[in-house]
Design a protein around this ligand. Structure first.
Ligand SMILES: Cc1cc2nc3c(=O)[nH]c(=O)nc-3n(C[C@H](O)[C@H](O)[C@H](O)COP(=O)(O)OP(=O)(O)OC[C@H]3O[C@@H](n4cnc5c(N)ncnc54)[C@H](O)[C@@H]3O)c2cc1C
Length: 585
């Protein structure tokens, strides 16, 4: 291997780290960090997903965890990358229980960011567990009955067989954890099929791969909803996921004496109790469709429906359609109605976050996709490098992306504003990705509908709300009326309530899911620094959550599977800084 100056500088830091580690001097370790450094840990030191921000927090973590973690074989892995004086290098190391990776970023000879991440438990023989221990329940294939007389119980139950449930199930299957997934639908992938016909995934497939089973090379960049639904079915089958369909979780309480869940599952006219030790909830973030309360709704002679019920524009050719809302679904439906020959008006109440796909994808393509692969960045490595950006830096980075977008796409925004469309980049100007992590909705990644607004194919009423309906019109807050034959409410979804899937006390104990306390109105503080309750221990023993798009879930499912496996294997997993439950007022 050719040794570069960057390698030498990185090597010098590693030697200093090793020396400080062997003297177990926290002061000597701390001297190797910038005062404003971050140390993000995925389980290796904390058995938690936790970011220590600043040397004081890092010191506290090291005092609590460094000695007991007993790291060995801390050594460089692969070449060091140098960019404007910032060095990025990879390290592998072992703890008493696990093999781990680290990503270390050095600035002026000191660490500014460290990510430590557990990759495998030593007790594991991950070699090939497919179809062995986790064949529970033997009679549990979709459509089978009589499972309540089965002899065993799964160690883990996952509620919800969307991509999140299947991802964590496949990971647990790989690790040999007896796992059962239940879903209330006959065919869970229909969640995607039931969405509007023109829907394509909005994130590129090179980022959105599910774990362990990559897409074939000819897979489209933006698969259609049906392709993705078919993929979910194939994934479940190939990854040998144990799934009960038409099985609804109607209640879950944790029996403290038993140390297990009492999970009530309705299948047909029977309710079956399951007693897993671990319960993973992957029922999605969206609850019931939000419908505005409007005067005169019953007077309106045309059709009206929530956007979740819209399939296609076939029946609307030549009709006057009003789409209420200006997020992704409003744009998709408006474009689809226009393509079907309808006269469409979108009603935008308040400014909307819009960014062009190309602008966003350039950053992602540095890590993911064929060009990155040619540079030796595998998806696993990309996930690690992606995770090495602490959320505080994610915000700053995306504020930078927004300022670049404002320049790069200045003309686009000018034209959009000239058409009357009100644009925002978010309360803290951080753009789309942080919005997804805090308040999934109220944004549009432009894949074409913005141009239709600009050129007037989709008409726009902006800065007004819909206040009511008359027989043939939609009434707006400025007193004007829009003639309409059909109204579509692309007004989003409520937050998914945890109860009654778990009982109310447990839901209360666990608090909010999602967001990280960034202080915007949809994500109130205090600062948490990690996504609340996702892929990490919660205030309720044995209760876990997973949510988000496939690209994000790929990493979190790995981390979650290791935590569950460690508990099944009886490895001590004392959690450092278990997050407090958060409740918004
Ligand atoms: C119109 C639309 C377009 C979208 N487009 C994209 C996109 O392009 N890219 C993207 O990443 N995301 C998109 N999303 C967000 C999308 O919903 C999520 O990414 C994805 O579906 C979430 O997956 P999930 O596994 O968390 O939940 P879901 O796919 O919602 O799966 C949850 C499952 O839980 C089951 N369930 C719920 N309650 C129970 C119960 N009590 N007992 C048993 N089973 C239960 C449900 O039947 C369901 O199958 C879109 C959403 C909408 C509405």
């Amino acid at each position: 291997m050719v040794t570069t100056v960057a390698d030498e500088q990185f090597g010098a830091w590693l030697t200093a780290f090793n020396n400080a580690a062997s003297s177990t001097s926290v002061d000597a370790l701390i001297a190797l960090f910038h005062p404003d450094a971050f140390w993000r840990d995925f389980l290796a030191f904390t058995w938690n997903v936790h970011t220590a921000e600043g040397v004081d927090a890092i010191r506290e973590m090291l005092i609590a965890r460094f000695e007991r973690t007993a790291i060995t074989a801390w050594q460089q892995a692969g070449p060091v990358r140098s960019n404007n004086g910032v060095l990025d290098g990879m390290v592998t190391f072992n703890t008493s229980d696990a093999c781990c990776d680290a990503v270390i970023q050095l600035r002026d000879g000191k660490a500014s960011i460290v990510l430590t991440s557990m990759t495998a438990l030593k007790v594991l023989d991950e070699a090939r567990n497919m179809g062995s221990v986790s064949d529970y329940p033997k009679s549990g294939e979709a459509g089978n009955s009589g499972v309540e007389t089965d002899t065993g119980q799964p160690y883990c139950v996952i509620v919800g067989a969307g991509h999140c449930g299947l991802s964590i199930a496949a990971r647990l299957q790989q690790l040999g954890v007896p796992t059962l997934v239940i879903d209330r639908r006959e065919r869970p992938s229909d969640t995607w099929r039931d969405r509007h016909d023109s829907l394509m995934l909005h994130t590129p497939s090179y980022f959105d791969e599910m774990p362990l089973f990559p897409y074939p090379q000819n897979w489209p960049l933006y698969p259609s909803k049906n392709q993705f639904a078919n993929w979910l079915d194939a994934y479940r089958s190939v990854m040998n996921v144990n799934l009960w369909t038409a099985a609804e979780c109607v209640g879950a309480d944790f029996d403290d004496a038993l140390g297990k869940w009492r999970l009530q599952v309705r299948r047909g006219d029977r309710v079956i109790e399951l007693n897993p030790e671990q319960l993973v909830i992957t029922t999605g973030l969206f609850g019931a469709p939000k419908m505005p309360t409007l005067d005169g709704k019953e007077r309106f002679k045309g059709t009206q429906q929530h956007a979740s019920l819209y399939r296609n524009g076939r029946d609307y050719e030549g009709l006057r359609c009003v789409v209420v809302g200006s997020g992704t679904t409003a744009h998709d439906i408006s474009a689809d109605l226009w393509a079907s020959g309808a006269h469409v008006t979108m009603v935008q109440r308040s400014p909307t976050l819009v960014m062009r796909w190309q602008t966003l994808s350039d950053g992602l393509a540095q890590l993911y996709g064929s060009e990155a692969k040619k540079r030796g960045i595998t998806t696993e490595l990309a996930d690690l490098l992606f995770a090495a950006i602490p959320l505080r830096s994610v915000l700053r980075m995306h504020q930078g992306v927004v300022s670049q977008a404002k320049q790069r796409d200045a003309q686009f925004y000018e034209r959009l504003k000239s058409a009357g469309f009100q644009v925002t980049f978010g309360e803290d100007e951080a753009g789309v990705y942080p919005q997804v992590l805090r308040d999934p909705g109220r944004y549009y990644i432009d894949v074409g509908a913005s141009e239709l607004i600009i050129n007037g194919n989709i008409k726009l009423r902006s800065g007004v709300a819909v206040t009511g309906l008359e027989e043939e019109t939609v009434v707006l807050s400025d007193g004007s009326e829009l003639p309409a034959d059909a109204v579509f409410y692309a007004t989003g979804y409520d937050r998914k309530p945890l109860a009654p899937i778990v009982n109310k006390d447990i839901a209360e104990k666990v608090g909010w899911l999602w967001g990280f306390g960034s202080g915007i109105s949809a994500d109130p503080g205090p600062w948490e620094g990690e996504i609340r309750n996702i892929g990490k221990p919660t205030q309720q023993t044995g209760l876990w959550f997973l949510a988000g798009g496939p690209g994000i879930v790929r990493s979190y499912s790995r981390v979650l599977a290791l935590q569950i496996k460690a508990r099944q294997a009886g490895i001590p997993t004392a959690v450092y800084k278990l997050a407090e439950a958060f409740h918004a007022n």
